[in-house]
Design a protein around this ligand. Structure first.
Ligand SMILES: [Fe+2]
Length: 243
């Protein structure tokens, strides 16, 4: 599995607090069949989490310090929160951390409610040459419960990521139902782990995989956890990632 959503870098957000916890997470991911992990530390000014391009070299070297111990491949990335301090003006282009060498960004919607013009904001990010993968859309009822909005987001070329743990009921029932619905409607481009600790891996990867395979063929599961993530790392357009 190529996991495009993970918090392996220690001491920078709500992920592992230190090297030892990060090593436990790396080992658990590797044991669960993850071969490549994108290190998507949170960029959230409201929580004091920086993790933008100014620290990408340091963050990636922290990730390597643990991942190399267990033979896990890591690539850079970030989980970009929709916040005026991140995307308020066009200077965001100098702060964002796309996946690896690609122009794909993992973007997290606000928890407090729908931004006034979500499509417009995403369009503005795209106009600067970026492509958008929406992090765990099942977590935002204002978006995932609105089929029309989801369809318009995808029609506009943005892609949807769902957490495997949501399908396993790792968070709450509402989120599980939303994740299942998105999957059954064929609206999901990528399934990912979003693990923050080694202890998350059982539910968020292992049980999640089992739950997903009740709704998907093995080939479809492979596409959402290997083929599409690889296409994103290869910087393919949305039409190729999610045909
Ligand atoms: Fe995350």
């Amino acid at each position: 599995m190529i996991d495009l959503h993970g918090h392996l870098v220690y001491g920078v957000d709500d992920g592992p607090r230190d090297w030892r916890e990060a090593l436990e997470l790396a080992q658990a991911l590797k044991d669960a069949g993850v071969t490549t992990l994108a290190c998507t530390s949170h960029i959230r000014p409201d929580r004091g989490w920086v993790n933008d391009r100014s620290v990408v070299v340091e963050n990636l070297s922290r990730a390597h310090a643990v991942a190399d111990q267990v033979g896990l491949e890591v690539v850079q990335g970030a989980e970009h929160y929709i916040d005026d301090r991140v995307f308020g003006d066009d200077s965001f282009v100098d702060r964002v951390v796309p996946y690896g060498e690609s122009r794909w960004l993992l973007v997290e919607c606000p928890y407090l409610g729908a931004p006034p013009d979500l499509l417009g904001l995403l369009h503005r990010i795209r106009r600067k040459g970026f492509k958008i993968l929406l992090a765990h859309l099942e977590r935002f009822p204002y978006a995932c419960d609105d089929d029309d909005l989801v369809d318009r987001l995808i029609d506009a070329g943005h892609l949807v990521q769902v957490n495997l743990g949501s399908l396993a009921g790792a968070y709450n029932r509402q989120q599980q139902k939303a994740a299942e619905r998105l999957l059954k409607r064929g609206r999901v481009a990528v399934l990912a782990g979003d693990c923050h600790r080694g202890s998350d891996v059982d539910e968020c990867i292992v049980a999640g995989r089992k739950a997903a395979l009740k709704l998907l063929t093995p080939a479809a599961f492979e596409r959402l956890t290997v083929g599409s993530p690889r296409a994103i790392l290869d910087d393919e357009p949305a039409s190729k990632v999610f045909p």
